[in-house]
Design a protein around this ligand. Sequence first.
Ligand code: ADP
Ligand code: ZN
Length: 718
Amino acid sequence: MVSVLTAEPLDRFLDYKAPEGGVWDGAFVRVPLGPRKVIGVVWGPGAGDYDYAKIRPVGAVLDVPPMAEDMRQFLVRAAEYTLTPMAAMLRLATRVPDLGAPPGLRKILRRGLGEPERMTPARERVLEVLEAGDGFAPGELSTLAGVSSSVISGLEKLGVVDRVTAPRDAPFERLDPDLPSKDLNVDQLAAAKALREAVRSRRYGTVLLKGVTGSGKTEVYLEAVAEALRSGRQALVLLPEIALTGAFLERVEARFGARPAEWHSGVTQADRRRCWRGVATGEARLVVGARSALFLPFRELGLIVVDEEHDTSYKQEDGVLYHARDMAVLRASMTSASVVLASATPALESWANARAGKYARLDLAERFGVAELPEMAAIDMREDRPERGRWVSSALKGATFQRLQAGEQVLWFLNRRGYAPVTQCRACGHQIGCKECDARLVEHRFQKKLMCHQCGAERGVPEACPDCGKEGMLAAIGPGVERLAEEAAALFPEARIEILSSDQTESARALKARIEAIAEGSADIIIGTQIVAKGHNFPKLTLVGVIDADLGLQGGDLRAAERTFQLVRQVAGRAGRAERRGRALIQSYAPEHPVIQAILSGEEEAFWEAEAASREEAGAPPFGRMAGVIVSGPDEQIVTDVARQLARTCAGVVQLGAQVFGPAPAQIARIRGRYRYRLLVKAPKGRVLQPALAAWRAGVKLPANCRVTLDIDPQSFF
Ligand code: ADP
Ligand code: ZN
């Protein structure tokens, strides 16, 4: 009898009779559950506390390599740390279609030799998708292109689309670690050597690789990857943004002669499956992926690189709340692998861990070659104030004009999507809000919509104020990137303007293509949100204007200073990567603010020292522990009752030396119709809170529909 973990929300392991021929720990199996058959993993001998006569046998052992012992232990520890049920962990680890299906053959659609005699927008989209990949399942092609199957069968008749039989999983090409690397400079050589030695030691260790943008961190950590490959182990590189993978894949191909496996939301279902299986069998030696790639079934992982390790997107904020950087360290420590955390502006946590000697630290001081760091200056907006409804100072206008004249690219950075964050009635002062959330609707003018950035709800832009009914009085308040683009177009009518923002309407592929075109010079002025901060290389870009450097400093978030520092330094670092020195102009209404001063002076260590000192004094992370408790539900009375009950019953947590604050309405007090109250747990460093937190949550009986979410090491406090 064996105990099986399934991905079903059951909260326990299930007993089954072993199949004929036996079964082993870690085996993937199909088991009957009620009327259904579900996939599970054999977790050990059965508990035997169930009527043997009623126990059903395992249906089948799947034709995939068993889950390794260290992977199973990793899931257990990650579940304990994040207070997540094991079933949810298994779901993370098996997010792949047709897990158990035999390799076999499948039908795919590919670009044929024919040409469409007549082009339609629908046909064009099909071609675009076909040209971006190596073949698609029929249903997938119509979904990705957003066309009906009749469009596709039409194209098939014309020979534009070919239906072919292909092996289900194409093999992975061999990566050759011994192809020549770039000629590394002295700093880079020293760092590469240290990383190689770390990987070769086959002992767990984490290295913080710090270096300004363009200093060659990627070149250096590719040498660590080479060492892992050479020693017959697998490597994983995590990137924060899938739009970055394109450029990265090319660099891998240049260095190792073949492409690695990819794992992120832009990968087709077929390729996801191929990647998962390749990782499990060990054929895939290098994976480039998003945070969830950490849960792939590596057989012999030797290295995890977390690039742009400070990036906030490494924290998953729904479902399983985990931080990929922490989980990378956990996973590596359980499997004797090395971790490289690469950043120009590390998270304070990583910086402090390096200072405390828990992580090693390697610095790359200079930009590679001739490229220098941009020259930075603040523009005092109190003195150079634009007229109402405008956001660009005359100093930034002038500098932009000069760069455009010289045929160079300019980036205006504003971390706000859409046209305007607020739409207000000039007659009654009403601001249009979301019906389901405690949030104002953001105008997206190009799409002629008002949109809630919390829940995604949309509506048309009304003529009349929904509150007082007056017509023609609604006005946009404040800027978003679309509105800034309007200003740019008015100022520079000749310039080609491109907005880069993570609006959900654009596919990952389309975004990638657009970024590549921009890098080659298809735009003169780029207007971007924070997605431009993430390591895109725009060689022609020489001027960065930060429209509102004060934006991130408002709101009093624990990490406001750190985030602003990171974001503005990152964005400024986009300027002048090639031969020309760049310039960054930072618009602020308070340029004397210590964070703005630290950004300008570039005295990073001093900034981190000061930030660390103030966090230490406050007992805040990383010098203290925190956990967020979010109570949510559709009925506000019930939610507050549960939150108060939690506050009354926190003795077990308090016994550990923790303080409990709240409850208070969350900053966004309602999302998707659910009211939200928060409590905050603060404890001295080194206390293990999880068991007490779990018991605390379990002690409160939850009415239907009401949820208590525990967020260990919260990153956001909304
Ligand atoms: P980072 O990851 O620190 O931003 P990269 O590794 O991307 O820096 O390097 C910036 C640019 O400089 C890249 O185009 C890279 O290929 C180039 N580069 C860095 N080091 C070298 C080197 N030693 N020889 C040639 N090119 C290099
Ligand atoms: Zn909403």
